[in-house]
Design a binder for this molecule. Structure first.
Ligand code: 8Y7
Length: 405
């Protein structure tokens, strides 16, 4: 009686499959043919008129893939709706060829699917060039250290309000390994008081000016949704606009980004900081955030902002319940299809205490867990208060995520 080993395999990318086949001595020509069949890709597409959805279903089945459509598509009684496609890369290639011969602008859908698939398999190609930083974010993750020059931020309000205290904290964060500093002069926590522009400028400009002089290579981000504050900060040496409204609160913000060629982090927020946490509701969390990103990317391109200057952030805690935050962290990969850098800010946030019950000064371990999860699921930049500890976590997680099978 023979005893066969049966072993489950974790194959995330075609390269993982290739390595496993090489281990058993598969012919190299076979490896290159088969590796792509061992990975499945999934897309949600739409909105489709029922006739187009029927074509997609048929073509997908004809190449051996699968397409789920809305009930009622088959007899065209459904309204415009989405479809979920699942297939290997090779099946998608055949499918896309077939789509090119079809009506309903399906050729343009084929283009989008093919571009996305090409990007997915690549392990390089997310350049980030900012002051002294010139890296590929697919090779290394970045830490953005938080510096709040405010009297009322939820975890460190008032601690760094004086110029001297702010600069000391900034130097500490840089020494600990921050790749970027994010400087904010107005708290956006729920219910925080709004600050007038003069006051906000008085808080942040001296800090940015001094840091620019002391750290000529350091990328500096200005956390503001006001175009005048952003413009003044960029003028004294900031490099990145961290706009929690993704060009929505101030109609002039995109123009400032375009004129200065700055990077902009486009963060998703539902509502406004004051009201965002009163019963946030989504009919489809991921679809709504993706549509919001698409709209802000369009605002950017209409104003003349280069696409490669954009960073996306789903905005943990900004108009989200605990469940929303957890879902975003679990499936952050859904946002990698934009092929733009992803930033994530979870540090010490209150959703953590809903799970652990810990006060704000005891949320470090839990914050590190969220950073590990986010980086593993495709985040490139972690915005944090505790840089030294995060640096240790990021070093380990990056090593794990980059090791070849
Ligand atoms: C985030 C943020 C805050 C975030 C980005 C806090 C300014 C609340 N959170 N910016 N700002 N992403 N891009 O906990 O998650 O620091 S304020």
């Amino acid at each position: 009686m023979r005893n066969y080993h049966v072993r489950l395999l974790d194959i995330q990318k075609a390269d993982d499959a290739a390595a496993l086949m090489q281990q058993i001595g598969t012919d190299i020509h076979g490896v290159s043919l088969m590796k792509n069949k061992m990975v499945h890709y999934n897309f949600r597409v739409g909105p489709l008129p029922p006739a187009a959805a029927n074509i997609i279903k048929q073509e997908m089945l004809s190449v051996g893939g699968e397409a789920a459509v809305t009930r009622g598509v088959i007899n065209c009684s459904a309204n415009d709706s989405d479809a979920i496609l699942s297939a290997t890369r090779k099946q998608f290639r055949k499918f896309c060829q077939k789509l090119r011969a079809q009506p309903f602008s399906l050729a343009s859908m084929a283009d989008k699917i093919q571009t996305s698939l090409q990007l997915q398999e690549k392990s390089t190609g997310l350049p980030f060039k900012c002051r002294g930083l010139d890296i590929d974010l697919k090779q290394r993750s970045l830490i953005m250290g938080i510096l709040n020059v405010t009297p009322d931020s939820f975890s460190d309000g008032n601690r760094f309000l004086s110029l001297e205290n702010a600069l000391n904290q900034a130097r500490k964060l840089v020494e600990e390994g921050a790749d970027i500093l994010d400087i904010g002069g107005e708290s956006t926590r729920p219910g925080a008081a709004q600050v007038n522009e003069e006051e906000e400028l008085n808080r942040v400009l001296p800090v940015i000016e001094t840091l620019r002089r002391d750290f000529p290579q350091l990328p500096i981000s200005i956390d503001t949704y006001k175009s005048r504050v952003a413009a003044a900060a960029l003028n004294v040496g900031a490099d990145i606009i961290n706009d929690i409204s993704a060009f929505n609160f101030d109609p002039k913000m995109a123009e400032v980004a375009a004129a200065t060629d700055a990077y902009t982090c486009l963060m998703h927020i539902q509502g406004t900081p004051n009201a965002m946490q009163t019963d946030p509701v989504y009919s489809d969390l991921f679809a709504e955030i993706c549509h919001y990103f698409e709209k802000s990317i369009k605002l950017a391109s209409d104003a003349g902002v280069k696409r490669e200057k954009l960073i996306l952030d789903p905005g943990i805690g900004f108009g989200k319940t605990l469940e929303h935050n957890l879902l975003l962290l679990k499936h952050l990969n859904d946002f990698t299809g934009f092929n733009l850098p992803l930033l994530i800010g979870t540090s010490r946030k209150s959703f953590i205490s809903k799970l652990t019950g810990d006060p704000v000064d005891q949320r470090l371990s839990a914050s590190l867990a969220t950073v590990a999860q986010a980086l593993t699921k495709g985040a490139n930049i972690a915005r944090v208060h505790d840089v030294a500890a995060t640096k240790q976590a990021v070093t380990v997680i990056d090593a794990i995520n980059h090791i070849q099978r």
